[in-house]
Design a protein around this ligand. Structure first.
Ligand code: TXA
Ligand code: MG
Length: 323
């Protein structure tokens, strides 16, 4: 899907200070040269994101990540060894050269080594750090395909590399390594349990000092209001909404509880498959023109944490639209 010419064109665009759509294994990124103030400004302008929100710097390997931080604690070393390249972002004390536009003026920087072969090829050929938030307008559902990026951003990005559908489908796990005990700031495919298994104790993420836009309640929201209901009451809730004259779209755990517009995700299927498909299904349901999207609550458990987190934010939409 992506040819060597495309990688060359992407690198040339990055060197020229342009921004591109870049596939990663988590979600597509809106990518620009992390050392170019103009490129960072373009990323924020296209996303419509407040300038105080920091972005993740993507690098080719752990050695490059160290060059963006002024301290590399043992926990960072252990996590990098275990999970990079992969869907993990580490927050570290920033190196002196890191632009304040990248960190939102904070003294910390978030770095990640993505596993997607296209992202890797671009990073290796480019050589520098690539700032890349998810390639969606601020507050909306993250893109998990090149088509999603084009649908969201249109002509605002000249080049979108099509690396196929994202394997993880949910944003990276963010771990703050600036405190004595690392803290999970954003859950993802790599679970808190996975992190704890490597670093031992985990700190409490609630007293978070660093700003994480993903922690803004209304993030990841479709335009249609989302309501989460107990799986066994989905059918009754669909009926009640319809009786009240509402058009209903539903994301259901099994065929037996599926509503007309349901896309039939099997709740018994593993959390990874659900996470991979979630954003794409939310987009499809959002486009169905319903008055409400009903989502049957998925199972509990560590592997489902990131999914519960994103669904909670999607469901907070009505109260926080436009954030
Ligand atoms: O999977 C991902 O992380 C994707 C792909 C493209 O890599 N990127 C992504 O970027 O989700 P974005 O900008 O949508 O979310 C980045 C998160 C935000 O919640 C941001 O606040 C947090 O990283 N972040 C960035 N720098 C930080 C810092 N210095 N301290 C704490 N959080 C930071
Ligand atoms: Mg995002």
């Amino acid at each position: 899907m992506v040819r060597p010419d495309d990688i060359d064109a992407a690198v040339a665009a990055l060197r020229a200070g342009s921004v591109i759509g870049l596939p990663t294994e988590t979600v597509y990124g809106l990518a620009g040269d992390a050392s170019n103030v103009g490129a960072i400004a373009r990323i924020f302008a296209i996303k419509g994101r407040p300038a105080t929100h920091p972005v993740i710097v993507h690098v080719a390997d752990a050695a490059a990540a160290r060059a963006w931080s002024r301290a590399w604690p043992p926990a960072a070393e252990a996590l990098a060894r275990r999970f990079w390249p992969g869907p993990l972002t580490l927050v570290l004390p920033k190196a002196a050269h890191v632009l304040p536009q990248v960190t939102g003026g904070q003294d910390t920087v978030a770095v990640r080594v993505p596993a997607h072969p296209v992202a890797q090829a671009v990073l290796e050929a480019f050589g520098g750090g690539i700032a890349a938030p998810s390639a969606n307008r601020y507050g909306r559902v993250s893109p998990t395909s090149a088509a999603h990026v084009r649908a969201d951003l249109g002509d605002d990005v000249a080049l979108v590399l099509d690396g196929g559908p994202c394997d993880v489908g949910l944003e990276s796990t963010i771990v703050d390594c600036t405190t004595d005990t690392p803290r999970v700031l954003r859950p993802g495919r790599i679970t808190a349990e996975d992190i704890a298994a490597v670093v031992g104790m985990l700190g409490d993420a609630t007293g978070g000092v660093p700003r994480v836009p993903g922690s803004v309640v209304s993030h990841y929201a479709p335009r249609t209001p989302v309501t989460i209901v107990a799986a066994d009451s989905l059918r009754a809730t669909v009926d009640r909404c319809r009786a009240a004259g509402q058009r209903v779209a539903a994301l259901a755990p099994s065929a037996s509880t599926m509503a007309d517009l349901s896309l039939g995700i099997d709740a018994e299927a593993e959390a990874q498959a659900f996470g991979r498909a979630l954003y794409s299904h939310l987009r499809t349901l959002d486009a169905a023109g319903a008055d409400v999207i009903l989502v049957a609550r998925p199972p509990e458990g560590d592997a489902w944490d990131a999914i519960h987190d994103r669904l909670r934010r999607a469901a907070a939409h009505a109260a926080h639209d436009g954030a």
